[in-house]
Ligand binder design. Structure first.
Ligand SMILES: Nc1ncnc2c1ncn2[C@@H]1O[C@H](COP(=O)(O)OP(=O)(O)OP(=O)(O)O)[C@@H](O)[C@H]1O
Ligand SMILES: [Mg+2]
Length: 255
């Protein structure tokens, strides 16, 4: 679904990515981790062509992004859903209009169909129809995430980008949200790229994990592979106190 080849990113003199090679496979969930400022959000933006890398190539659905015009890129964007970091709903629009936004923008549906689709998406993320007329300021953090997810799913994407989907939620709400993501992934057979620091989320959902450290891809593989990695940052991330708690509990549950 996505292929990065020798990707490099610089902001002025600051090197954010160096020689990143990475693929996102159809139907799989790739987790992307790295410390704050390691360039995860930037990498997502480059994968979807919202930003050009300084070096290297990005292929999205088999097409090289630097060779596409604006109209062709927009056509590929219609196959993608994005949940931005922080949820980022339009604060002046109610829930209905937030979810309808990408549908209206795509001009693929008339208002009657849009209405149906919006209520369908609300049900998909387990929100009641009554929420549709509320403004974002009238929602809880968990509800905002669900609405943002409904909006990301509005165009029935094949590929979903999630930037820290569970951050800011309490553990129980986060767990519910993880279960919802898992169900939607199975039902809709989505391919997903998910930035997350949440080890529980990673263990429960990700087929593969990629770790950014020191501007490079420090590791990329299944969680089992990564747990064996000798890279200092990867070891620290997965074998610190939190990692031990999450993964030892998982191993015990498997036995
Ligand atoms: N438009 C920009 N102009 C200049 N520097 C930028 C720009 N966007 C990001 N950066 C820098 O690039 C680096 C990576 O930023 P990015 O937002 O991708 O990190 P991140 O891994 O998503 O961090 P976090 O976990 O905090 O969200 C940071 O040092 C940031 O300051
Ligand atoms: Mg970020």
């Amino acid at each position: 679904m996505v292929r990065l080849e020798h990707l490099g990113t610089r902001y002025g003199g600051q090197v954010v990515h160096r020689d990143i090679n990475l693929c996102v496979y159809r139907g799989k969930i790739l987790g992307l981790v790295g410390s704050s400022g390691s360039g995860k959000t930037t990498l997502l933006r480059e994968m979807i062509g919202l930003q050009r890398p300084s070096e290297g190539q990005v292929w999205l659905f088999g097409e090289r992004l630097d060779r596409l015009g604006a109209a062709e890129l927009a056509r590929l964007h219609r196959r993608c859903g994005i949940l931005f970091q922080g949820g980022a709903l339009f604060s002046a629009l109610n829930v209905f209009d937030n979810i309808a936004f990408p549908l209206r923008e795509s001009r693929l549906a008339d208002e009657a169909l849009i209405r149906q689709l919006v209520y369908l998406k609300l049900a998909m993320v387990d929100l009641s129809a009554e929420v549709a007329m509320r403004l974002p300021a009238e929602l809880s953090g968990g509800m905002i995430k669900r609405v943002a997810l409904a909006r990301a799913l509005a165009l029935e994407p094949e590929l979903l980008f999630l930037d820290e989907p569970a951050s800011g939620l309490d553990p129980i709400t986060a767990q519910d949200f993880v279960e919802l993501l898992g169900e939607l992934h199975r039902e809709l057979r989505l391919s997903v790229v998910m930035v997350t620091h949440d080890l529980d989320l990673m263990r429960d959902l990700c087929d593969q994990v990629a770790v950014l450290a020191d501007a490079r891809l420090a590791a990329w593989g299944s969680l089992d592979n990564l747990l064996e990695s000798e890279h200092p940052y990867v070891r620290q991330f997965f074998h610190g106190p939190r990692g031990r708690r999450v993964f030892t509990a998982a191993e015990a549950a498997h036995e």
